[in-house]
Design a protein around this ligand. Structure first.
Ligand code: TRP
Ligand code: ZN
Length: 465
């Protein structure tokens, strides 16, 4: 051994010793317990980036028990001595990291995993979690929305909710800033459907149970996952060369307004593609549930879920279909880096409703604009509306007013160039309001920040350009 090497070995020994005093090898530190997003304290985690979730689940509506095996493939973004996954309720039986048993403990809705060896920054690793139990719903940001997360129903279950829901049924990095691809195999009693996101990969039956397989190959934010189990009329076809799967709860009439509205999914998607550019995913669809506790619709990726309330009164409702399908571009393909920018999702999805209504023989965009403008409370901001304001009019309606004001300021040709270019450039990624404003200014070659500030956050009514 040379002197140099001896010096190195000595220094390493001292470093390890010092590290030992402060709790371990200094190359490895615990990953953060959340993503640091104040709208969702505790949600998400630090120190790694998930690439893929492979979920193998079994659900029995007879006793509401879910049994799961999750394989999470991730890359360490820092040297990790331990790391968190989000998991609300449920019991963890076993955790392996790269095939080796790992220590694990629960801390509220966190699953804390300590691998046998530290994970160096940049390392790809696999976490296998065997878990099970009776999943529970979780409260949404405002009480009127009811609960999100996993709901047991008389015939099955519905897992759905924003800004969080995934952690009620699988271990997850539950923040939209960490998108990943998914494979899901769900086993349910014969005769029930088990619907989820993405491309259908077939079903197979054995001994009274049927396994339904789904694959989402485009990165997906965790709140955009869904699992719907029960008695459904499932229709499987293709649209524009891609699988189209729609499902309507068997409790709803076969040719009622829910069925006729989701039947127009392909037509509405094509209309939006004409405005926004190519449909971003490999499958189309929609699911209408009958459970009255689902008082909302959600843009779950490739396959939005609609509550029964949207289709009451005997009339079809394609505006909600246009809204949820518009989210496939705004929110699903281009996702939020943080929840305070949610107007980027909802403002554009609401504006898409206005565009669709005008196209479908309803009110013109100008008429809708005038009505909404007159009703707007300008003291409430679209950007950073607060957790309780995430789903308020300042986000949806004022956000849409701002989109229209931008269109009027730059003209139709530039406006749709901004929209299409933005969606193409940010496809499968995440973004902030500042990213959008910067992009629009570059395409328009004109400062737009003052205009968008006035429409999004100014405290007084602006004048339409
Ligand atoms: N983002 C949904 C939409 O605009 C609506 C929504 C608001 C929602 N809050 C929710 C959906 C809570 C599920 C849970 O279509
Ligand atoms: Zn929406």
């Amino acid at each position: 051994m040379t002197w140099g090497r001896r010096w190195y070995a000595g220094a390493l020994a001292v470093a390890l010793l010092l590290g030992g005093c402060t709790g371990g090898d200094p190359r490895f530190r615990p990953g953060a317990a959340d993503a640091g997003d104040p709208y969702v304290p505790g949600a998400g985690n630090g120190g790694y980036d998930v690439g893929h979730y492979a979920l193998t689940l079994r659900y029995d509506p007879a006793d509401d028990r879910l049994t799961g095996q999750a394989t999470v493939t991730a890359t360490a973004t820092a040297g990790l001595s331990r790391f968190h996954l989000d998991l609300a309720g449920l019991t963890v039986d076993r955790v392996r990291v790269d095939g080796a048993p790992a220590k694990h403990r629960r801390d509220g809705a966190e699953l804390v995993v300590t691998p046998a060896q530290g994970l160096p920054a940049g390392k790809r690793f696999t976490v296998e979690v065997a878990y099970g139990g009776v999943p529970q719903p979780q409260p949404l940001p405002s009480a009127e929305l009811g609960d999100g997360g996993f709901h047991a129903t008389p015939d099955g279950a519905i897992a759905l909710g924003q800004p969080e829901s995934a952690s009620t049924w699988f271990p997850v990095n539950d923040h939209p800033s960490d998108k990943a691809t998914y494979d899901l195999a769900v086993t349910v009693p014969d005769g029930l459907a088990a619907l989820s996101n993405g491309v259908p990969k077939g079903t197979e039956s054995r001994a009274g149970w049927t396994t339904w397989r789904w694959s989402e190959g485009s990165p997906m934010a965790s709140y955009l996952t869904t699992l719907v189990i029960g008695n459904y009329r499932v229709s499987t076809g293709t649209h524009a060369g891609k699988p189209l799967v729609t499902a309507v709860a068997a409790a709803l009439p076969a040719d009622g307004p829910a069925a006729t509205s989701v039947a127009r999914t392909g037509e509405v998607a094509d209309f939006l593609a004409g405005r926004f550019g190519p449909y971003p995913f490999e499958a189309y669809g929609g699911i209408v549930v009958a459970d009255e506790r689902i008082r909302y619709a959600l843009e779950t990726q490739t396959r939005p879920v609609y509550g029964p309330g949207f289709f009451r009164g005997g009339r079809p409702n394609t505006e909600v279909v246009a809204h949820e399908l518009a989210h496939q571009w705004f929110g699903d393909s281009v996702s939020l880096a943080r929840w305070s920018d949610i107007w980027l999702n909802e403002g554009f999805a609401t504006y898409a409703e206005w565009l669709w209504a005008e196209h479908d023989g309803g009110r013109s965009v100008a008429q809708t604009f005038d009505t909404v403008y007159a009703a707007t409370d300008w003291t409430r901001p679209s950007v950073d509306p607060g957790r309780a304001g995430m789903f308020g009019d300042a986000v949806y309606q004022r956000g849409a007013l701002a989109v229209h004001a931008l269109r009027r300021a730059v003209g139709d040709e530039t406006f749709f160039r901004i929209v299409r270019g933005w969606l193409a450039e940010r496809r499968n990624g995440t973004a902030t309001t500042a990213d959008f404003v910067g992009y629009a200014e570059r395409v328009a070659d004109h400062p737009l920040r003052p205009l968008l500030d006035a429409w999004l956050v100014g405290a007084t009514a602006p004048t339409l350009p």
